[in-house]
Design a protein around this ligand. Structure first.
Ligand code: BES
Ligand code: MN
Ligand code: MN
Length: 457
């Protein structure tokens, strides 16, 4: 990177962190309407910082949900254009009592920033705003840049699709750059070349028309909680395979070479188990833990409820039971198809004694990007220059549903140049983000712009 840009970043480090702290203090929880005004405040904060950083047309774009923030700096129509995407909304911080310090009062411990959104995604997209500021302040921005930060990623990006479709011209770009994923370790840089898709459903099992005395009726009337548990248990066999007919039909298996390539990523199973406090891992037979969490699909209960869960014992045979179930998808599974297969199968295995309903929630398509493209090479060179080691291509297990939609609607590939770590505890209590990672990102992003402009040049 340009030496003056590096110096500019170095001398503004503390201010960058202070600003991130201000952003982290805004509880922009998109899922909970109690935080609606805070979500807007976060959008306004981002808009103001984009503007202060030297970008033009920084504005909120209203949607039926939370606003989208957009700004741009178009320096020369002959240069390539990078569209930066991120999200300023965060997951709910519950359960609050498990946080060592309050989720919206950022604090630093052990060189890490603790706060909800520290890594996902405030700490990560804010690196871009500061890197762009540094390039603009030192006259070294080598590409046009557009920045779009949304406020509904954590609730399925429901309104972003329409916004993108309606603003194709404004969003026209050559590549989308996103920091909302992870690297293997601070000394093992990596770039995710794929994300899993998602199908998310809620199921309800209804038995008798009211809660019953479990002594008077128990034994004679089917119990919806028992039934739901049996139905869920039957969705996976002893080999960890999902039993829904047709579930695996469309999946394109990786070649032995591709699997061997991915297996090169360092992974310590003992440390993995120790970190999670488990004695054994579990998953689909015939696949490694890394494969199970990236190139293979999943089915997991995310929440389950029914009957009496208060203090003490209440003898009741509940009338209803429910569960939220997610399925992570891999190429070429689609959420519509998988949700339909799930619904048909789940209804078909319900005993006559209950009624079952399956309601789909949000979904998203999986995504893979070739690792031999100019844009992937630019990210790879940027990381190699800032780390001194070449990043390893990996496949991610999480989902950013809008990425596949960007490709469909805009025809643009996304580069997932994330800087998080698995230990950042995204969505969990005590989410954190390393100071190393925050600053490494700010230093690496200008290198992406530089290498991308050179390679495109
Ligand atoms: N940033 C994450 C996705 C992610 C995390 C990808 C780590 C790769 C590594 C994103 O904010 C997220 O949480 N996505 C949701 C999907 C959404 C529809 C709620 C997810 O993966 O559960
Ligand atoms: Mn995220
Ligand atoms: Mn998230």
């Amino acid at each position: 990177m340009n030496a003056t840009t590096a110096t500019y970043i170095e001398s503004n480090k503390q201010r960058y962190l202070d600003e991130l702290f201000d952003l982290l203090r805004i509880p922009s929880v998109s899922a909970d309407s109690n935080f609606k005004d805070d979500v807007r405040r976060a959008a306004e904060f981002v808009r103001d910082k984009l503007s202060a950083g030297g970008l033009d047309n920084a504005q909120l774009h209203e949607t039926p949900g939370h606003p989208i923030v957009y700004a741009e700096k178009l320096i020369d129509p002959g240069l390539p254009t990078v569209l930066v995407y991120g999200h300023y909304d965060v997951q709910p911080a519950d359960p609050y009592d498990l946080w060592h310090t309050p989720p919206f009062e950022p604090t630093i411990r052990n060189e890490r920033i603790y706060a909800r959104g520290a890594c996902d995604d405030k700490g990560q997209f804010y690196m871009h705003i500061k890197a762009i500021e540094a390039m603009l302040a030192t006259n070294s921005l080598p590409c046009n840049v557009k920045v779009m930060i949304e406020g509904e990623e954590e609730v399925g990006s429901d309104h972003l699709g329409l916004f993108v479709a309606e603003n194709r011209d404004m969003l026209r770009a050559d590549v989308i750059l996103i920091s909302d994923t992870s690297i293997i370790a601070n000394d093992v840089p990596s770039i995710e070349s794929g994300l899993r898709g998602l199908s998310y459903v809620e199921v309800e099992v209804v038995g008798p028309n009211r809660d019953l005395h479990s002594g008077v009726y128990g034994g004679g009337v089917d119990n919806p909680v028992n039934v739901l548990c049996q139905m869920i248990a039957s969705l996976k066999d002893a080999d960890g395979r999902i039993t829904i007919p047709g579930f695996y039909d469309k999946i394109a298996d990786l070649s032995p070479d591709e699997r061997a390539e991915l297996a090169k990523a360092p992974f310590d199973l003992t440390e993995y188990k120790r970190d999670l406090g488990i004695r054994e891992v579990f998953g689909e037979a015939g696949y490694s833990t890394n494969e199970r969490t990236s190139i293979r699909p999943t089915l997991d209960v995310n929440g389950i409820w029914g009957g009496y869960i208060g203090e003490g014992a209440k003898t009741v045979l509940p009338s209803k039971a429910s569960a939220k179930i997610s399925m992570r998808l891999v190429p070429h599974q689609t959420p519509d198809e998988i949700t339909a297969l799930f619904k048909n199968h789940f209804e078909s295995i319900a005993p006559q004694s209950v009624q079952v309903t399956v309601r789909p929630h949000h979904g998203g398509l999986p995504y893979v990007t070739p690792t031999d493209s100019v844009e992937f090479e630019a990210a790879s060179r940027a990381m190699e220059e800032s780390w001194g080691t070449k990043p390893i291509p990996t496949r991610g297990g999480g989902s950013i549903p809008i990425v596949a939609l960007f490709e469909q609607e805009l025809g643009i590939k996304s580069i997932l140049m994330g800087f998080g770590l698995d230990i950042d505890a995204l969505h969990s209590p005590n989410e954190s983000y390393g100071l190393f990672n925050f600053y490494k990102g700010i230093e690496t992003i200008p290198l992406f712009f530089k290498h991308y402009a050179e390679l495109r040049g």
